[in-house]
Design a protein around this ligand. Structure first.
Ligand SMILES: [Cu+2]
Length: 155
């Protein structure tokens, strides 16, 4: 079979680019340890309000001085809507949803998760400067989506 030399170059270029993209993804996943949101912990979305610790969402202080914050994202609010955390402590956020997919984004940070029914997602963050950080839903979730926000007060 004869392949014209320009077509051969083009095929080589296309396959080469595909290999570069796959190598970039593999490098990010394994060497840089960049992965999709955890989604490692499952929860029955119909029983979120009865499942600890999401039956009492909020902030918990750990023995090592760091914090865990449990949030339920539901139409059209976050529970709790406001938490107060100290500067310089690691806060691990856990979020789930009992109804539809919501977003969980804390402005001016890299905390950016999906709240997916049936799954608990988590991310940690250390707030290095005091202030009030806006927590917003960035996934259109229904007619009241634009009213779905909260606050992280860092003191
Ligand atoms: Cu929303």
């Amino acid at each position: 079979m004869h392949i014209h030399k320009y077509e051969r170059w083009w095929l080589t270029f296309g396959i080469g680019m595909l290999l570069v993209f796959l190598a970039t993804i593999a490098f990010a996943a394994f060497a840089d340890n960049i992965n999709p949101p955890s989604g490692l912990q499952a929860i029955d979305p119909t029983k979120v309000s009865k499942t600890p610790p999401f039956d009492h969402p909020g902030l918990r202080r750990l023995p090592d001085g760091n914090y865990e914050a449990y949030f339920v994202a539901e139409v059209f609010s976050f529970q709790p809507s406001t938490i107060t955390v100290p500067v310089g402590r690691k806060v691990t956020f856990y979020v789930t949803s009992p109804d539809v997919v919501h977003g969980f984004y804390i402005a001016k940070t890299d905390v950016n998760m999906m709240a997916v029914p049936g799954w608990v997602n988590s991310e940690s963050h250390v707030f290095s400067s005091p202030g009030t950080y806006l927590l917003i839903c960035h996934e259109y979730c229904g007619i009241g989506h634009q009213n779905m926000f909260g606050k992280i007060v860092v003191k």
